[in-house]
Design a protein around this ligand. Structure first.
Ligand code: OFO
Length: 166
């Protein structure tokens, strides 16, 4: 059974993961409209992953005697400055999520909820991967600079990779 405090923290995280999915979806649509098909495919996939993160939390809350709440979501930004801006926002977003996950882990220890603490380790590991991925993308984009041919190859590679570890 989760305590009310832990349940509420997990439900807050449900809302944040759902919002992440929403933000990635808006970025994907922007990229698709720009003709960046590979980037769009990557971002659509990532939006799905964030939905999976949301559902995983919801199932856990319900299985532990709580009630997972479906949140209201704000409208995400429609336009991005450029592709660099997209991946800078992603890194910023993921660093923030890591902080939120760590705060829940901390709460679990304070509440002596070792079951939820154990469950949250999956998210701790996932955040390492998410941040690594965003940094790798930014490094590649920094190398490409304003080279249009480089951007074309970056987009094509993302299309071909079919996963989020490009
Ligand atoms: Fe759910 O990891 Fe990104 O935000």
């Amino acid at each position: 059974m989760v305590s009310k405090k832990v349940e509420s923290a997990l439900n807050d995280q449900v809302a944040k993961e759902a919002m992440s999915s929403q933000i990635y979806l808006a970025m994907a649509s922007w990229a698709e409209a720009q003709g960046l098909e590979g980037v769009a495919a990557f971002l659509y996939r990532h939006s799905d992953e964030e939905r999976m993160h949301t559902l995983k939390l919801m199932h856990y809350i319900n299985e532990r005697g709580g009630h997972a709440v479906v949140p209201a979501l704000a409208k995400p930004p429609k336009d991005m400055k450029d592709i660099m801006d997209v991946f800078k926002s992603i890194l910023h977003q993921e660093v923030e999520v890591t902080g939120e996950i760590n705060a829940i882990v901390d709460l679990c220890l304070k509440e002596k909820d070792y079951t939820t603490h154990n469950f949250m380790q999956w998210y701790v590991a996932e955040q390492i991967e998410e941040e690594r991925l965003a940094r790798t993308m930014l490094d590649k984009l920094n190398l490409i600079g304003s080279d249009k041919g480089g951007l074309y190859l970056f987009d094509r590679d993302l299309m071909a990779s079919g996963n989020t570890t490009a």
